[in-house]
Design a binder for this molecule. Structure first.
Ligand SMILES: Cc1cc2nc3c(=O)[nH]c(=O)nc-3n(C[C@H](O)[C@H](O)[C@H](O)COP(=O)(O)OP(=O)(O)OC[C@H]3O[C@@H](n4cnc5c(N)ncnc54)[C@H](O)[C@@H]3O)c2cc1C
Length: 520
């Protein structure tokens, strides 16, 4: 039986422990030290969450999880003054169906490509690209794109829940939601999933002693030996710092490095809770608000080399005044990633392996993919190769979202300096041969989507469409259908999300009762 030591008892450490415990018979020791408090943030998850909960943690449904952690549903994002001044967009996960899949609309229309957003089918560019192609010269804007390629937008900005009067889910099951979570309560939940093969010890880790024949963990209570050492120590990177081959690298781009975070209570949860993670562009950076069931999470993200933290602190103080559950806390980091997260029997997971900007928050998604690979038994080389692609993917994701924005302000001016059209066009036309095609495919869509959101002139881009006429007609009909479906869904919804959650996930407990339970 393998002996594994996980350094770090934060979200990353316990997620790793719970997943490995579920899928292996390994003996796992989690080490944490009170000298290093947990981050305690990380509230909005990516689209793979329901899928990850079931396949990695073995959860059959989310009822217990939500009740114990105060989680709420996330149907998407509301971006205000983010892609351009005076704009507000609400959108969820975009369909990535292949146009040819529509042929099975009446028979086995099971959205086969839905789980793998990057899948490419030869000669089939997919619905998103088809939309760009058909609307390159029209006046349709990002809101049209959302209506024709997304079904959850209504629930990201309204207080309704996607359930009919008969309490039937009106969206596609498994596909259309994610979660807003409370990282601290989630840790308790994850601990509860572990059996006696997992033990927790308070022990300060000092580093590693490595030689050709052995690796030993050095701690304040003496040396510890194991078959595998996993660094989940967050920004401390206590193992990464002892392994020279892991090599810490920065992203070579201007990014943020600080955030003020502050949880707040609700005055009127009926009106304040809705299913969208809110993001707002500000002159100095951006801010977020995440609505859990029992409280909201708020954060202001900026670059302290450009903006005085005191200025941002005053800003967050102003709008959280009278509602703060705790005073604002400043979190700072060095935007960076390790080149090789797996060297010998040392592995870095979570934000000890990479972190740039909380906009790329779904750190959790990458962590889940990493754990899946670990369980599958991929080699360290394969793992590191994928990691390189994923970090590149995340970097491009950030660049697309920030540098294509037309928002005014010093932070955005700096981000726009990254905009290099020749790189974008290369990616668009799949000419970057050193990049895995599934990633290229994803970037292509994301880039174009961001340009539509920011209102770029899209007429001069050379798009190709290799679909025959009947397929093209089917695609156009689907866009019309989806727009009508969105209206239909709206007419079917349950009037209030908070009430729905209270009755269906929280046993009738209101937000104050759940808050009391959570802070005990
Ligand atoms: C502002 C902000 C917003 C974010 N938003 C999101 C989001 O919306 N969604 C998302 O998925 N992610 C988000 N993240 C990332 C998310 O917070 C982290 O991925 C998550 O909290 C996991 O953290 P962790 O467990 O790696 O680190 P931590 O919570 O910092 O835990 C580190 C653990 O390591 C232990 N430790 C450290 N050094 C030692 C040592 N020497 N010896 C022993 N133990 C040690 C500590 O005691 C602690 O238990 C955000 C991050 C920030 C900064």
């Amino acid at each position: 039986m393998k002996k594994v030591v996980i350094v770090g008892g934060g979200f990353a450490g316990w997620y790793t422990a719970a997943v490995l415990n579920k899928h292996t018979d390994w003996q796992i020791t989690v080490l944490e030290s009170k000298a290093y408090p947990r981050l305690g943030v990380g509230e909005t998850l990516g689209w793979s969450a329901p899928y990850d909960w079931s396949r990695l943690l073995g959860l059959e449904n989310d009822t217990q999880l939500m009740y114990e952690t105060g989680s709420s549903y996330k149907y998407g994002l509301t971006a205000t003054n983010f892609y351009a001044d005076n704009t507000s967009y609400s959108y969820g996960k975009f369909f990535n169906l292949k146009a040819n899949s529509l042929a099975r609309f009446y028979s086995e229309f099971t959205y086969p490509e839905y789980h793998e957003p990057w899948s490419v089918r030869e000669n089939d560019i997919g619905l998103q690209q088809a939309w760009f192609y058909f609307n390159q010269h029209t006046k349709k804007d990002f809101n049209d794109y959302i209506q024709e390629l997304n079904e959850t937008s209504y629930f990201t900005s309204s207080n309704s829940a996607p359930y009919s009067r008969d309490n039937e889910y009106v969206l596609r099951t498994q596909e259309g939601w994610s979660y807003h979570i409370d990282a601290e309560n989630f840790i308790k939940f994850l601990k509860g999933l572990c059996d006696s093969n997992v033990v927790l010890k308070e022990n300060k880790v000092l580093g590693l002693r490595r030689s050709v024949s052995e690796t030993v963990l050095l701690t304040s209570n003496g040396p510890v030996e194991a078959d595998l050492y996993i660094d989940c120590s967050g920004f401390q990177r206590v193992l990464v710092n002892s392994v020279k081959e892991m090599e810490l690298t920065d992203y070579n781009m201007p990014t943020t490095n600080s955030a003020w975070v502050c949880p707040t209570r609700y005055d009127d949860p009926h009106n304040e809770i809705f299913g969208g993670t809110q993001i707002f562009g500000e002159d100095w950076g951006w801010r977020f608000r995440v609505n859990l069931y029992h409280r909201a999470g708020n954060g202001c993200v900026f670059d302290s080399t450009q903006t005085d933290p005191e200025l941002v602190k005053r800003f967050i103080e102003t709008y959280t005044k009278d509602k703060q559950l705790f005073p604002p806390k400043l979190i700072q980091w060095k935007p960076s990633y390790v080149k090789k997260p797996w060297v010998g029997n040392v592995l870095a997971l979570g934000i000890s392996s990479y972190f740039t900007d909380p906009f790329d928050a779904p750190t959790f998604d990458v962590h889940s993919r990493n754990l899946e690979d670990l369980i599958k038994g991929v080699t360290a080389d394969e793992f590191n190769q994928k990691h390189e692609l994923v970090t590149l993917e995340r970097k491009y994701r950030l660049m697309y979202n920030f540098s294509t924005s037309k928002r005014s302000g010093t932070f955005w001016d700096q981000q726009r300096s990254l905009f290099d059209e020749s790189i974008w066009l290369d990616i668009m036309h799949n000419r970057l041969d050193n990049i895995d095609s599934r990633l290229t495919h994803n970037w292509y869509q994301m880039y174009y989507r961001m340009c539509v959101a920011s209102g770029y002139d899209r007429t001069n881009i050379n798009l190709r469409l290799n679909l025959d006429q009947p397929t093209q007609d089917m695609v156009k009909a689907f866009f019309t259908y989806n727009r009508a479906r969105n209206n239909f869904i709206k007419s079917q919804s349950w009037p209030n999300l908070y009430d729905w959650l209270k009755n269906n996930r929280f046993n009738g407990e209101d937000h104050t009762q759940v808050l009391e339970r959570m802070i005990q």
